[in-house]
Design a protein around this ligand. Sequence first.
Ligand SMILES: Cc1cc2nc3c(=O)[nH]c(=O)nc-3n(C[C@H](O)[C@H](O)[C@H](O)COP(=O)(O)O)c2cc1C
Length: 309
Amino acid sequence: MGISLSVKIGKLSLKNPVLVASGTFGYGEEYKGLVDINKLGAIITKTITLKPKAGNKPPRIAETPQGMLNSIGLENCGSETFIKEKLSFLKTLKTAFIVSIAGYTKEEFSKLAKRLEDEGVKAVELNISCPNIEYRKGKLNFSQDAKSTYAVVRQVKKSTRLTIITKLSPNVTDISEIAKAAEEAGSDALSLINTLLGMAVNISTRTPLLGNITGGLSGPAVKPVALRMIWEAYNSVKIPLVGMGGIMDASDAIEFIISGAAAIGIGTANFINPEASLEIIGGIKKYMKENKIKNVKSLIGTLKCPTRN
Ligand SMILES: Cc1cc2nc3c(=O)[nH]c(=O)nc-3n(C[C@H](O)[C@H](O)[C@H](O)COP(=O)(O)O)c2cc1C
């Protein structure tokens, strides 16, 4: 049986729905030789900012039951070094790439997006949901507020013709409200979830395990939360969703697709098994064959829900 795995996200045609999540696959080149990158649906690169960023105080990683906390703080080489040293490799790939970007203002987002568009980039993921910057100063990240979400997406939409994927935070009361704001502002797709804000304590020293005190939780522990948010977003917007959060194998990925994700992102699993994404592609194909599903698109959002009281 011929099987079609291709999906469309904005103007991007992806050969399959399996992407690697931002911050867990570097700028692609780091995984050259380890993984057949061209078999992936797309790479989402580590978030970049206009200027280089040093990131947060160490330790930046702590293991937790069924997951990990990170407080990297968007350490990155800045847009000009990215363009000079990282972009040429990404352009050689026979698969799509999406550049994740962040800024402190909506103008920074649009300036960076425009700069990348001028260099031939086709798609950006707007990281408006990093839990590790400015948190202690009490500032919200943009995606914790519908109006701010709208403003950033709108600004990038007005300034470029790029495919825009807006990455949402799970650290909100009502994900539907934020999803709708991003859609209304012109986002072509949404990705969710970024990490859940958490912390861990060393009881001998009574100190936090992370240098930044709080960090973002990822891995299997967050999967039920991510899945619930995908389902809620799917019921609120029409644009495609890239689902992520705790996906470790094909069965997890299929749960996300059934709940409404048009594509899925693999994050923490890359640190355990760099080939996890390729195995997941194989597992999705196997499931489709066994269930006589010809086109992966026909599986999206097919959750059969009982009526609730
Ligand atoms: C070490 C680490 C670094 C991350 N860096 C970024 C980042 O730079 N930008 C971003 O949007 N998300 C970043 N994330 C979040 C992931 O892209 C993803 O949304 C999240 O980890 C949930 O997926 P997972 O449970 O499969 O890891 C990072 C996650 C981890 C674990």
